[in-house]
Design a protein around this ligand. Structure first.
Ligand code: SF4
Length: 302
């Protein structure tokens, strides 16, 4: 039986980068300090902040809220769950989110796509299920932004881990979306949207799941029925294979993006004129915001 490098207890984690072998307690402490280091390195949470935490009830956001609540930061948290309206999927994750916030004693708000646009995701996708993830992502960003603003939050924390970051970089390249390649990191400061932070951005999905298991945070949940349409699902599989074969691949992609952003710093500082959407009043550079543009397109398909 492998034992912890720091005590005689049974080991539960071998760190692929350093080779360190840790028991549950030391692994949890190491993971939590990694999150704290990322928050401090990127100055994510100024003292006294009220932070909206996107809480789907899935593994990443469950670990995120638990760790944030444990770190004794000078900040207040409000969890926000977005109910997209996906049959046989979302109800279970919402129940998991509700029991977590009760355990942690964190304020909780639930907003639904039906509140945002009068329809569930299932209803919106009747004629175009293959567009599920782009519709879902766009409407979720809008719902989260409005709910965070209503809750008086100055930041939105999401549970994106290093794997998600690396996947996003590749997805943006594959779509030829160079603007997002240069902008998609840590915050969207400089516009009227609530800035976003990703405190788990330096943690791998493997470590995040391990933290959830070691701390008994995770319960089996169903998979979203639209996953089969997700470009991200294919990229996750391919990157998982590459990371296994060539450890450090995920970290190299994310660090490479950081270096690219540093080189293109001028793009980050660009000031864009923002107006408001004619249909919903949310901030946008165009006549309609991205969410309303999508809804209009889907309405024409019906
Ligand atoms: Fe939304 Fe796609 Fe994720 Fe399902 S898999 S919750 S449709 S982004």
């Amino acid at each position: 039986m492998a034992v912890c490098d720091l005590c005689a207890s049974k080991a539960v984690w071998r760190d692929p980068a350093s080779g360190a072998v840790l028991c549950g307690d030391h692994f949890s402490a190491w993971y939590e300090e990694g999150v704290r280091d990322a928050i401090e390195k990127y100055a994510m949470i100024p003292s006294g902040s009220r932070v909206a935490v996107g809480l789907s009830g899935g593994k990443d956001s469950t670990v995120l809220l638990t760790v944030l609540a444990k770190l004794n930061l000078d900040a207040e948290f409000v969890a926000i769950t977005v109910d997209e309206g996906i049959a046989n999927y979302r109800d279970d994750t919402i129940s998991a989110a509700v029991s977590l916030v009760k355990r942690l004693g964190v304020e909780h708000r639930i907003v639904s796509f039906a509140d945002v646009c009068g329809k569930t995701l299932d209803e919106l996708l009747v004629s175009a299920p293959e567009r599920a993830c782009s519709v879902c992502g766009t409407l979720r960003r809008r719902a989260l932004n409005a709910a965070a603003r209503d809750a008086g939050a100055s930041l939105i924390a999401t549970g994106h881990c290093m794997d998600d970051e690396a996947q996003s970089v590749l997805m943006n390249y594959l779509r030829g979306d160079i603007r997002r390649v240069a902008e998609n990191y840590h915050t969207n400061a400089g516009d009227l949207f609530i800035p976003r932070i990703k405190p788990l951005c330096r943690c791998t999905e493997r470590a995040t799941v391990a933290y959830g298991i070691v701390n008994r945070l995770l319960t089996p949940l169903p998979e979203c029925p639209y996953t089969k349409y997700a470009l991200r699902a294919g990229i996750r599989t391919e990157l998982g294979v590459l990371e296994h074969k060539y450890p450090g691949t995920l970290s190299n992609i994310v660090s490479g993006q950081e270096r690219l952003i540093a080189k293109l710093g001028v793009m980050q500082g660009e000031v864009t004129e923002m107006g408001v959407c004619e249909r919903c009043g949310e901030p946008t550079q165009n006549r309609l915001c991205a969410a309303c543009t999508l809804i209009e397109k889907l309405e024409h398909l019906e």
